[in-house]
Design a protein around this ligand. Structure first.
Ligand SMILES: [Zn+2]
Length: 250
């Protein structure tokens, strides 16, 4: 008799777990997503990986803000982090990506291109390093669902360390890594005034681009935007193509 009761209780617990399993997993995933990238990068062995967060550098009066740079013998990882909600899609070459929140679409500048700009800025400061030593990583929080076709190193925050550690070929000496680290620490702008100015410049640029596209004009050259059909559906392209390759998805 007692055995029966124990069995029924165990069976009950089993079905409860089965029933709630999905939401338990979802909760754990959500918590994991909240662990920010700074903390994750601290989990990399510090003798092998040198990290600089929120780097601001200036190249000929133009400032560039880079979320994270991880320097190691395996390469220089340049990380752009995004904390967008909703569905995110875009291709490697389009100018803008789309964020879709419950059917409302917003544009974001293609983060792969954005990060390529960061790498160009970094290689100006570290001219002795070959361009192929720089590895671009674009990482979204779990708030977003990546809906694009598979794109190299466009990942979730939780995958950052795994991706970094998947690079196992030694390409630089310990001394080169240390020199790069010292140079970037030196170049990092700490002035609060300059940092504030940078944020204002970026916001101004986003607004001007947005306004231009909204009015039907190319934000790069001022040409008229025309609707075209491509392999992946309709998009707006600049009427000055091929001189100007600006596109944005509808
Ligand atoms: Zn144009």
């Amino acid at each position: 008799m007692g055995n029966h009761i124990v069995f029924i209780i165990l069976l009950g617990i089993f079905f409860l777990i089965l029933f709630f399993r999905k939401s338990i997993v979802a909760t754990v995933r959500g918590k994991e997503g909240e662990l920010n990238v700074n903390l994750r990068l601290q989990l990399l062995p510090s003798e092998e990986y040198k990290v600089i967060n929120n780097l601001l550098i200036s190249i000929q009066g133009h400032t560039s803000q880079i979320d994270h740079v991880v320097m190691s013998e395996y390469g220089i990882f340049v990380i752009e982090t995004k904390n967008y909600k909703g569905w995110i899609y875009g291709s490697a070459n389009s100018e803008y990506w789309t964020q879709n929140i419950y059917g409302n679409k917003y544009q974001l500048y293609n983060p792969i291109k954005q990060n390529q700009g960061h790498i160009r800025a970094l290689s100006r400061i570290l001219p002795n390093l070959r361009p192929n030593l720089f590895v671009s990583i674009v990482a979204f929080s779990r708030q977003a669902t990546l809906k694009n076709e598979y794109l190299d190193n466009v990942i979730y925050w939780s995958q950052i360390n795994r991706v970094i550690r998947s690079y196992s070929q030694k390409l630089m000496s310990v001394e080169q890594v240390q020199n790069a680290y010292n140079t970037l620490l030196e170049a990092n702008i700490k002035s609060r005034e300059t940092r504030k100015q940078h944020v204002q410049n970026v916001q101004g640029e986003i607004y001007r681009n947005y306004k231009s596209v909204n009015n039907g004009y190319c934000p790069h050259c001022g040409g008229k935007l025309v609707l075209r059909s491509g392999q992946y559906g309709q998009f707006y392209g600049c009427s000055n193509y091929p001189r100007c390759r600006y596109t944005h998805t509808t």
